[in-house]
Design a protein. Structure first.
Length: 227
């Protein structure tokens, strides 16, 4: 059951200590890591604060949420442990975790996983949850669906881009903006097998837009089992 109105705020602090160089092939330019030129290690402090607020819409059992987050890291720009990375819905093909992971601060549907990274960021998502539709008869007594729910959301992300993740689009640190203009996500139908094994089939689509870069698209389908 989803809440339909209210506010919530959290504050996170994270510290990472690396005794040696922070050589990481996943974030090195071209995937080639040179220990001699890799960023030095040390202590890295990160803090971020996600907030959510919602109000009911004129439609019964429908709500509009503003989900925002901001964070910063305290290390040299090339240190990967000072970065925040964003991208994708975050669901697995077959999953047992949260079905609405697009709401997490690190998600940004339309992009690849961890496609955008930087030391500082500010992000906001406007999320409209439509009323669920409940089924009286959908399936058989041994395998049936009970409800389906749809959300439509739009987001905006600002951050200081790391040259490690520039992928040829950023030489040095620069401020980039990625606007996710069209997104749609649906949870359900909620499936029940033999009245004991609850499953949820989720699917979604997103398009991400960034200045100077061709639009990117993502489709998602995920089956949550053993809830």
């Amino acid at each position: 059951m989803d809440a339909e109105k209210g506010q919530r705020a959290k504050l996170y602090l994270s510290e990472t200590y690396t005794p040696g160089s922070t050589c990481n092939t996943a974030t090195a330019p071209g995937g080639v890591c040179d220990v001699a030129t890799a960023p030095p290690g040390g202590s890295t402090l990160r803090s971020w604060r996600p907030t959510t607020s919602a109000s009911s819409s004129p439609i019964v059992h429908s709500s509009i949420w503003l989900r925002s987050a901001a964070g910063a890291g305290s290390a040299i720009p090339l240190n990967p442990y000072a970065q925040y990375f964003f991208g994708a819905f975050g669901n697995n093909w077959v999953d047992n975790g949260e079905i609405r992971r697009y709401r997490e601060f690190y998600a940004f549907p339309g992009l690849a996983i961890n496609e955008i990274g930087g030391r500082t960021f500010a992000k906001a998502i406007l999320d409209w949850n439509l009323p669920p539709i409940r089924f009286l008869h959908f399936g058989t007594p041994g395998f049936y669906g009970s409800w389906i729910r749809t959300s439509v959301f739009v987001g905006d992300l600002h951050q200081l881009r790391s040259p490690l993740r520039g992928r040829g689009r950023a030489a040095g640190a620069s401020e980039d903006r990625a606007d996710d203009r069209r997104r749609r996500s649906a949870d359900g139908p909620a499936l029940h097998w033999l009245s004991r094994l609850d499953m949820t089939l989720s699917f979604g689509y997103a398009a991400a837009f960034e200045s100077g870069v061709a639009p990117r698209h993502e489709a998602m389908i995920s089956l949550k089992v053993m809830q």
